[in-house]
Design a protein around this ligand. Sequence first.
Ligand SMILES: [Cu+2]
Length: 119
Amino acid sequence: MAGVAYLLVVALLVLPSAVFATQYFVGDDQGWNSGVDYYAWVEGKTFHVGDSLVFNYNAGEHNVIVVGANGYDQCLASPNSGAYYTGNDVLTFVAAGDFYFICEYHCDYSDQKVKVTVN
Ligand SMILES: [Cu+2]
């Protein structure tokens, strides 16, 4: 019995990030769209390194641009921002910090942007 318990403890120590990494579907059922309250969506969630955001949307209608705090506030995509267009973009956090994502078409008019703090 002691041997089994020991193995279990070792497994929990080795695998936590793999076991507990969470995929978050941005906007849940509403996906990545205009007219969704992403401030409310982020509320109450705790994001960790290794977690992923899944942006689901109609390709061509929206996109996902990785910006800084300034770009987030002003809805500006700089040329070297990361940009995703597939309609099913999975982005994994490899570091802690604040991360900002906008749709360059609807950030201004319908607040299609989300800020995520990763612990
Ligand atoms: Cu959009």
